[in-house]
Design a protein around this ligand. Sequence first.
Ligand code: AKG
Ligand code: FE2
Length: 429
Amino acid sequence: MADSDHRRLILRNFLSQQLCKELEFIHKSCCTVGYRPNVFSTTLSHLIATNSAQLVMPLVSIRERLKEKAEEHFGCEYELFIEFTGLISWCKGASIGWHSDDNREYLKQRDFAVVCYLNSYEIDFKGGLFHFQDGEPSTFAPMAGDVLIYTADNKNIHCVSEITEGERTTLTLWLTRDASHDEDAKLVKSLSDCWVVNNPPIASCYPVEASNSMYWYPPEEASVFQSGFDIRCGRLHVFGFDIYSECCCSSSNNLLELLKEPLRLARGDELLPWKFVNIFHALQAVQFYYWMKGSKEKRISRMMRIIFTHFLDIDGACNLTNLVFLLHSLSGKLILPSVQTHVKQIIDRDVTAILILSWMHLSGARLANILSSMMKRKTAQAALSRMFMFKGQINSKESNSINHFNAKILHRKTILIIRALLIAIGVAR
Ligand SMILES: O=C(O)CCC(=O)C(=O)O
Ligand SMILES: [Fe+2]
């Protein structure tokens, strides 16, 4: 096989449409203004920092699956590490010229790029075609669920044409051989910190502000909106919602400060009854509702059943003051007719609070889950590195970097056997 056959891989329909929608929901609930004009991004550390760690959960297994695909395709005889994970969207006006992904000194550790497309060319956005400078395919039209994996070096010079309409969303990862750039190590640390601070974990599921990059200047309207606007307000505005603040404190002149305070949403002349703890909370509620509304009813009722079953396990302890976004999608107008009757009965019995509590419980459990699964993985990875070291007789100076290790010593097959053993003894998953 020619070298060029090895440098890239296309996986069609690798992610289900449902999963693409879920990831889009997460991004639109939590993104910040990105690193380039008209680009928005959601990093995993941002999800954790905004007290939304439960939203990291759907990404855990996807990241693993993608990494394994890359290891397999590129015949890696060593384990790769995820260097960066981000949900990224490009709006009208965004593009990128010819480049390789390791083209800066501080990006040299990047070995492979993995781009998962979460929505589709010509359906959700126009423009935004991916081109390789040479080799096949020369052009790639993104479709939801497809994945493109390529080496990050100059064998894969590429560009993306300008987005002319809509918002193009991806889940993008970079993989590295260099253990010192392992993103998981940082994530496990911030998750553990959040565990320590929130004891019991996730005392509340309210999202909190964690970034200053929320201000955006839309390209064409920059002259009209002299100072740009908050991206969360922008996203709510798209669905026709305005912000109504009840806060009349001295800081009320400052919009950014106001958005951190409790607020309500208005739609046209109607002021909606629910109070949100801050703009993030309101945005998550609205995005959650539209995500659910767009999904198949069967899925919703299944989810309802899971929630109901879950709350039935919890005996009675209620805390009516803790409202979380799930409640908003369950109460009153924000609900599909098919589940309305069911929900009404529940609400009639005044178990709203238990629902809320169950969501908190669920989030807490998810957090515990993610933390332990990541830790187990790290333990397994460390065990693997130790075996590498033993076999390759690597000295301790090199012990934190598989990169320096002579990769030929241990064949990938052996790694798989070891991994299977670790799974069997319950160290890995
Ligand atoms: O989104 C894509 O298709 C690729 C983006 C890209 O080339 C980059 O972020 O370096
Ligand atoms: Fe790139």
